[in-house]
Design a protein around this ligand. Structure first.
Ligand code: CP3
Length: 337
């Protein structure tokens, strides 16, 4: 078994930093687009055979140090009784929660009954590739609340924020419910054999620090408290304003976006492993520039307690040649004094 991720998450030395990247199974891969011709996106999420097939694609192509189970953060909202659609363009749509009656109608599913697919895909992956670790994941409560209240993606999330301030007690109730479901979902994936689990708090950076500490942070902490069987990675897309708070989620590793300098962030965070943080747009740069940036990030990471990753998900039109240059440069890295 490739143990680079496991050792890095324990802050132990490795021959080189491990590399994987967010959305590594997805539309930038021609073999993924082929599978999508015969199945909808939700079919992939709901069918462990298809999910396993696409989970393996970037592993087979690039020889990465970890797989991430194919699924989506929004399947949780389906299991809570909302309709979620991905077809039709313009990003995902959720039948939104706006009233107290909507909140009280939300279901508290048993994740093993209502959301069995990610854990099942992890078990099948472990049987197919016992040599490669696989990561589980879920959306963080606040990021899920954003889609649940807003009903779609948004730049400013004003509908979701208005709900926090106008109905703080109701919002906290929803966040607590989401935290318990997300925590159970992460724990189920850990028990199925995930080497680590990642919580995506992609939109937490939309909040002021005061609101982050009041709403998003306690909910993320509550979710992680339910996870006992695997190390926990906490990712936010705009981590800079909240660096001093991130450790208090209970995370074992902090995922960073590209707007923070990795070395400076490490100093602020203390001795906790970090993950990141190359700008996904750099994959469009010439290969020599990609390689130079990868080396800069690896040097800032210092070769211990650093999982190399992008600072956010790869774009659907990212060039494969850029990905190859990035992965190859990480693999060439060797500790320099
Ligand atoms: O990382 C991986 O390879 C694992 C699979 C994964 C997906 N989504 C597959 C996906 C993971 C970890 C996610 C997380 C996710 N989903 C997040 C958090 C991370 C982030 O990227 O910010 C969020 C906010 C979502 C919700 C979501 N799902 C959005 C906003 C979209 C994009 C809509 C679009 O068309 O760009 C999706 C769809 C989605 N999730 C796709 C994939 C491969 C594309 C769907 C397709 O095949 O048509």
């Amino acid at each position: 078994m490739n143990d680079r991720i496991a050792r890095t998450l324990r802050n132990e030395p490795t021959d080189r930093p491990p590399v994987w990247f967010m959305r590594q199974a997805g539309r930038y891969l021609p073999e993924y687009r082929e599978v999508r011709k015969r199945a909808t996106f939700l079919d992939l999420c709901h069918n462990p055979d298809l999910a396993l097939e696409v989970t393996l694609q970037p592993i087979d192509r690039f020889g990465l140090d970890a797989a991430i189970v194919f699924s989506d953060i929004l399947v949780v909202l389906e299991a809570m009784g909302r309709t979620v659609t991905f077809e039709g363009g313009g990003g995902p749509k959720v039948d939104p929660v706006r009233t107290s009656a909507d909140v009280h109608a939300l279901l508290r599913p048993d994740v093993n009954q209502a959301l069995p697919w990610a854990a099942e895909t992890i078990r099948r992956f472990r049987a197919a590739r016992p040599d490669v670790p696989i990561l589980g994941f879920a959306g963080a409560p606040f990021t899920l609340l954003c889609y649940l209240i807003e009903g779609s993606g948004s730049r400013e999330w004003t509908v979701a924020k208005r709900f926090l301030w106008q109905e703080p007690a109701l919002a906290t109730k929803v966040l607590d419910l989401l935290a318990d479901i997300v925590g159970d979902l992460l724990e189920a994936q850990g028990q199925a054999g995930a080497a680590a689990v990642q919580m995506f708090d992609t939109w937490a950076g939309a909040l002021t620090p005061e609101d982050y500490v009041r709403f998003a942070l306690p909910a993320a902490t509550r979710a992680f408290a339910r996870v006992k069987s695997a190390p926990r990675i906490y990712y936010t897309k705009d981590s800079a304003p909240f660096l001093d708070h991130l450790k208090s989620t209970g995370a074992d590793c902090i995922g960073l976006d590209w707007r923070v300098e990795l070395g400076a962030a490490r100093k602020r965070l203390g001795d906790i492993p970090v993950q990141g943080n190359m700008d996904p747009a750099l994959l469009y740069a010439p290969p020599d520039e990609i390689r130079r940036r990868v080396r800069g990030i690896l040097d800032a990471g210092g070769g211990r307690g650093h999982v190399f990753n992008l600072g956010h998900g790869i774009q659907p039109d990212a060039p494969i040649t850029g990905v190859e240059a990035m992965v190859d440069e990480v693999k060439k890295w060797s500790a320099r004094s």
